[in-house]
Every structure is written in C-alpha cells, then in structure tokens.
Design a protein around this ligand. Structure first.
Ligand SMILES: NC(=O)C1=CN([C@@H]2O[C@H](COP(=O)(O)OP(=O)(O)OC[C@H]3O[C@@H](n4cnc5c(N)ncnc54)[C@H](O)[C@@H]3O)[C@@H](O)[C@H]2O)C=CC1
Ligand SMILES: O=C(O)[C@@H]1CCC=N1
Length: 275
C-alpha cells in the first residue's frame, strides 16, 4: 500500500473515548501531531489531549475542518447530524469524512453534507488505543478506492482493518465494536470469583487479565479453533469440565447469542430513529 499518510491533516470532531483511541492509532500510523486538530466541548479535555498527544485542540468545529484532508466525526450518534450541519460549509471539497458512529447509515451523511463529499463509514473498537483494535471499513457511494486506502493507512496503527458491506456493519458492531465490553465483563466476573475463593483483589485481577491476554495470544498465534484449545484445557474427569458445565447450566452461551442480537437490534433501531 503506497498511500502517504505523513503530511495528511486530520480533524477529529468530538474527541471522546473512541475518537481518542483512533487518534492515538493514527499517530502510530505516521500522522504528525502537528497535522492533527481535535475538537472538544470542555477546554480542560482539550488541555488533556494536547498534553498527552501534542495535538492542537479547539472547541470550534467549523474552524477545525479548514485545511483538513480527513475529518473523523467522533460524537454520539444523536449528535452527528447537528455536527455535520455545523461544519458542512467549512469542509474542503476534497475532504474525506470518516464516520465511527454505530447505527447511522451512509445516507444520513449524504443528507447533511455537500453533494459529492466523500464518506467512509467505519466501526472501530477501543483496543485501537493500543494498536490492537479491529475496524470495519465501508466505502460510501462517493468514496473512491483511494479514499478507502487512505482510511486504511490512517487506521494502520490502530490494529487490523476489514472491508465489509454496509449490510454487515450492525453485526460487526455487535461483535467487535461492543466486544471489548463483554471481555471486560468476563474479566471482572473471573476476578470476583477469585476473590470468592480467597485470593486478594489485586492478585485475582492480575490473574484474570493475564489469563485473557494469554488465551487471546494463544488463539491468535496458533490459529487453532477455540474448541480445540478449550478441549486441551478440559481434561476428561478433570476440574475445568466441572466449571464449563456450570457455565452451560447458567446459560452463558445462550446469553451471548441473545446479547449480540440485542446489540445488533439496537444498532438497527438507531438507524431508524436517527437515520
Ligand atoms: N466507545 C466505543 O467503544 C465505540 C464507540 N463508537 C462510536 O463512537 C462515537 C463516540 O462514542 P464514545 O467515544 O463512546 O462517546 P464519548 O461521549 O466518549 O465521545 C463523544 C465526545 O464528543 C464530544 N462532543 C459532543 N458534542 C461536541 C461538539 N459539538 N463539539 C465538540 N465535541 C463534542 C463530547 O464532549 C465527548 O467527549 C459514537 O458515535 C459511537 O457510536 C464506535 C465504536 C466503539
Ligand atoms: O455502545 C455503543 O453505543 C458504542 C458503539 C459500539 C460500541 N460502543
């Protein structure tokens, strides 16, 4: 991929949890801090981002997009339409607008932006902050192959990217966008169980974190099917199979299926409410 990311001016509009994680990854991709402007609502938040990343910050969104080649819209779905309206008149005609919002269809962006403005819809996740994310990328109808390649180059430092169709993005969000929260939930539950068994809170948490990290690394590095790796841990007549039986009795697998369906459905609902 030959896209030159260095020298690309990038504006982040609404730099909260997700946009900060993408910003951190974009800097790792080779975007210079001096080419980044991040908008905030509270000046104290701006000072924090400036201190942490060496980027410029402002509360003025329209000013931030002037000269920007890529504009990442990082506000909550309900605030995206108003944000687009507030910057539409200041965008460079060749600027690429990048969506990270769950639910909102590309057609919403087209309604709020000048005709022909290029838009790429993405669905990142927060491990982007440490370069271990996975982001879905969907090209809008006015985006060229160069625009998609530019987004992939911008996101290279956030982790993996996967090109999908807009039809698939609600499912992607339910699995990978929200996925880190499920894993944090499991880590917290495992740590609490360790405390129940008498471990200190600190030790229990460290064991839970390292076990999830180790299991994830093993999966990724061996490429083995999770069932195969699970079977290698659960010896016949041993201890693990007793624990797994309790998880099945508790309906944990069924709860995961229902949980992802609920996240997917909420994403569709947001599209209907706001799109
Ligand atoms: N948090 C996550 O794990 C993921 C979030 N997303 C998407 O990312 C977007 C942001 O979500 P979060 O980062 O979680 O929310 P957040 O609330 O942390 O970030 C939104 C930020 O926008 C700022 N903001 C709102 N209006 C503004 C304005 N007019 N000018 C300047 N700044 C303004 C807020 O102060 C806040 O810091 C959403 O659209 C969400 O669907 C997508 C994937 C994962
Ligand atoms: O919960 C949310 O709405 C956002 C979108 C995907 C992950 N977090």
């Amino acid at each position: 991929m030959s896209t030159q990311i260095a020298g690309t001016r990038v504006a982040f509009l609404g730099t909260g949890n997700m946009a900060e994680a993408v910003l951190a990854g974009a800097l790792r991709s080779g975007v210079a801090p001096s080419d980044v402007v991040a908008t905030v609502r509270r000046p104290e938040r701006g000072a924090e981002l400036a201190e942490r990343y060496g980027v410029a910050t402002t509360v003025d969104n329209a000013e931030a997009v002037v000269g920007a080649r890529v504009v990442v819209v990082g506000v909550k779905p309900k605030d995206v339409g108003a944000m687009l309206d507030s910057v539409a008149g200041s965008l460079e005609p060749d600027a690429l607008v990048v969506s990270v919002a769950v639910g909102l269809p590309l057609s919403l962006y087209a309604r709020h932006l000048p005709e022909g403005q290029a838009v790429v819809r993405t669905m990142p996740n927060t491990p982007a902050q440490v370069g271990a994310g996975v982001t879905a990328v969907v090209a809008g109808p006015t985006a060229s192959e160069e625009h998609v390649t530019l987004v992939e180059a911008l996101l290279a430092g956030t982790g993996e990217t996967v090109r999908i169709t807009e039809k698939e993005i609600d499912a992607f969000g339910a699995l990978a966008g929200s996925g880190p929260a499920y894993v944090f939930y499991v880590v917290d539950a495992m740590a609490e169980a360790g405390v129940l068994l008498g471990l200190t809170r600190d030790v229990a948490r460290r064991l839970a974190v390292q076990t999830v990290l180790g299991a994830g690394t093993l999966l990724a590095e061996t490429g083995e099917h999770p069932v195969v790796l699970r079977e290698k841990v659960s010896s016949p007549g041993g201890t693990t199979i007793q624990a797994l039986k309790r998880l099945d009795d508790g309906g944990v697998r069924a709860a995961f299926l229902a949980a992802l369906e609920a996240a997917r459905d909420r994403s569709r609902e947001l599209a209907t409410e706001l799109g």
